[in-house]
Write a protein that binds this ligand. Structure first.
Ligand code: NAD
Ligand code: IPM
Ligand code: MN
Length: 369
């Protein structure tokens, strides 16, 4: 199996480097090919995903990403190489490019309790957040100033309920949430299939249909349509704010939560929080033929090269990748090793109240594999 390894920026590089020896330790028939991705390439070349990286991705069976830095518009333009400035280049986060261009419509983010607390009543939870990964509020329909036709349209909708004051298109900005039939149906089918495979009886669509009433209704209609093919699985629609609260208060009640892109981004970081932090949360980006895997955390620039961050999220990400590609035994061994090292509490990083370095914790996990 050929894996494209794209360490990216910041701690993405740190956690990738210390985790990769696990492939050798497990004697997996895997070839690693390193590629360029991230902020450095945006600054130098005007794209965070150079064409040669797309080619590499194309030639490999799957992709492992560390993390990337994504700065807001103004900063992105300022940091661009002088010769490339004012040439109309627009920065788009490389992870969003990968998800959209490769059509990786399902972002799987497992949330489970790793700590075995001494107290008997500590809740054990184990569920999955499935985030739509190609559209929703991330569709790129994000405007400032508001384009003229859209501005006129919005002004015509002015009413007592919508008493906004704009005198010109520069007085506002708009982000549209796009949900398409194709986009959502493929996500729903994937989620129902996964639920069936895992023996899950109830899945939850977390949204805001009490406020976004039209797009909310569209989703309800599609759930009804697709759900007919899965009569043994109930899909309950819940308000996303309440789901967030219950994820903290009673996470053991959940089996699978599905949601729109942006809501999934937020709920999955919340999920990382109840697991014990972003240093523990893994993810898989899945499409029909392609996939890529990455920790949920970002590049945490202030910790880059300091050898203090937790490598567990990257190990658990590699475990997800191996599970997806059919190396089940090896996937389980890595997951088990991470759980053991964390629960022994002897060799854990600062975020888990330990004093081990990234390298020490990674070595300890690899030894246990
Ligand atoms: P972040 O995930 O990089 O870090 C937030 C905080 O979480 C850190 O300050 C740290 O306290 C903790 N943390 C994260 N990873 C950890 C680890 N492995 N071990 C221990 N603690 C860890 O999020 P941010 O600060 O909002 O973003 C920093 C940059 O990363 C931004 O440019 C952002 O756009 C980018 N980002 C990229 C990805 C990705 O590549 N998939 C994801 C999120 C954010
Ligand atoms: C994530 C990240 C990305 C997102 C950013 C870096 C674009 O936060 O993978 O959760 O918002 O999806
Ligand atoms: Mn996120």
């Amino acid at each position: 199996m050929k894996i494209a390894v794209l360490p990216g920026d910041g701690i993405g590089k740190d956690v990738t480097e210390v985790c990769l020896p696990v492939f050798e330790k497990l004697s997996l028939p895997i070839e690693l090919y390193f590629g360029d991705l991230g902020w450095e390439f945006w600054k130098k070349e005007g794209t965070p995903v150079p064409e040669r990286t797309w080619q590499l991705i194309n030639e490999c069976d799957t992709v492992l990403v560390g993390a990337v830095t994504s700065k807001p518009q103004e900063k992105a333009e300022q940091e661009l190489n002088k010769e490339l400035q004012n040439s109309g280049l627009k920065y788009v986060s490389p992870v969003i490019q990968l998800r959209q261009r490769l059509n990786l419509f399902a972002n799987i983010r497992p949330i489970y309790s790793i700590y075995r607390e001494k107290s008997q009543d500590f809740p054990k939870f184990d569920f999955t957040v499935i985030r739509e990964n190609t559209e929703g509020l991330y569709a790129g329909l994000d405007f400032y100033p508001i384009p003229n036709k859209l501005y006129e349209f919005v002004q015509k909708r002015h009413s007592i309920q919508h008493a906004w004051q704009m005198k010109k298109p520069e007085d506002g900005a708009i982000s549209c949430r796009l949900i398409t039939r194709d986009g959502l149906c493929r996500l729903l089918r994937y989620s129902y299939e996964l639920a069936q495979k895992k023996g899950i009886k109830k899945i939850i669509w977390a949204d805001k249909p009490n406020v976004m009433r039209s797009s909310g209704q569209f989703v309800l209609d599609l759930i009804k349509e697709i759900g007919k093919d899965y009569p043994k699985i109930e899909c309950e629609v819940k308000n996303v704010d309440a789901v967030a609260m219950w994820m903290v208060k009673k996470p053991e009640q959940f089996e699978m939560i599905i949601c729109e892109n942006q809501f999934g981004d937020i709920l999955s970081d919340l999920g990382a929080g109840i697991m014990g932090g972003l240093g523990l949360a893994a993810s898989a980006n899945i499409g029909k033929n392609k996939s890529y895997f990455e920790p949920v955390h970002g590049s945490a620039p202030k910790y880059e090269g300091k050898n203090i961050v937790n490598p567990s999220a990257m190990f658990l990400t590699i475990s997800m990748m191996l599970e997806h590609t059919g190396y089940l035994d090896e996937a389980n061994r890595i997951k088990k090793a991470v759980f053991e090292v964390i629960n022994l509490r002897k060799c854990v990083t600062k975020d888990l109240n330990g004093s081990a370095t990234t390298i020490e914790m990674a070595k300890s996990i690899i030894e246990r594999c």
